[in-house]
Write a protein that binds this ligand. Structure first.
Ligand code: GAR
Length: 213
């Protein structure tokens, strides 16, 4: 029996969610998605979830006057599913300390840059405008800062285009490989966060530091 279950939080297209659904089907993730929660009613990812019979929830942030009220509602809704892990996949909200504490050391995010470089939006264009020769993706545990928290894994490519659209496509391909792999590590108990440190197979990882320039 599969005991590992995770909730996926989205705001939009959900192509990473689709990669997880496919990875579960292919047994690359040994676990199940207990719920997909979106802060946007019209997120396409909700349709992807419904198509394969995954429960969906919408908590519209516009209905709450503070981040804390919004996060408290998400906590209440997610409690009904008892997820082992929260997976952010294009969820475009910064989580408040209330939420982060509630799922302490059990929240993952994926971000399209080699963090700590280029947090925030529009990373592909910004990378092309910089002098970087490589671009990539990062999966990290989540704290209450923008794209912040200790890093679990990264993958990267040499930049061979001037087009942000083409670069985004390449980066998405990396995301679809990397995120399911890291989620499965967590599900198998191989990946853990302890305070601000990450351990894989009991070995401490220090991935972000090598990107600091
Ligand atoms: C992904 O590229 C993900 O890395 C990014 O949003 C996209 C969502 O695409 N996340 C962030 O920028 C987080 N700061 P998707 O909805 O098709 O999975």
């Amino acid at each position: 029996m599969i005991n590992f279950s995770f909730a996926v939080l989205i705001s939009g297209n959900g192509s990473n969610l689709q990669a997880m659904i496919d990875a579960i089907e292919e047994k690359k993730i040994q676990g199940r998605i207990c719920c997909v929660l979106s802060n946007k009613e019209n997120a396409y990812g909700l349709i992807r979830a419904k198509e394969v019979g995954i429960s969906t929830e919408v908590v519209n942030n516009e209905n709450y006057s503070t981040r804390e009220e919004f996060d408290s509602k998400m906590i209440e809704v997610l409690a009904g599913y008892q997820p082992n892990l929260i997976v952010l996949a294009g969820f475009m909200r910064i989580l408040s300390p209330i939420f982060v504490k509630s799922y302490r050391e059990r929240i993952l995010n994926i971000h399209p840059s080699l963090l700590p470089k280029f947090p925030g939006l529009d990373t592909h264009r910004r990378v092309l405008e910089s002098s970087e020769t490589r671009h990539g993706v990062t999966v990290h545990f989540v704290d209450d800062t923008l794209d912040g928290g200790p890093i679990c894994s990264q993958s990267s490519i040499l930049i061979k285009t001037n087009s942000p659209i083409e670069l985004k496509k390449k980066i998405h391909e990396l995301e679809y490989e990397l995120y399911p792999k890291v989620i499965n590590w967590f599900g198998q108990g191989r990946l853990t966060q302890v305070k601000d440190k990450v351990y894989l197979d009991n070995k401490e990882l220090n991935i972000g530091e090598r990107n600091e320039s």
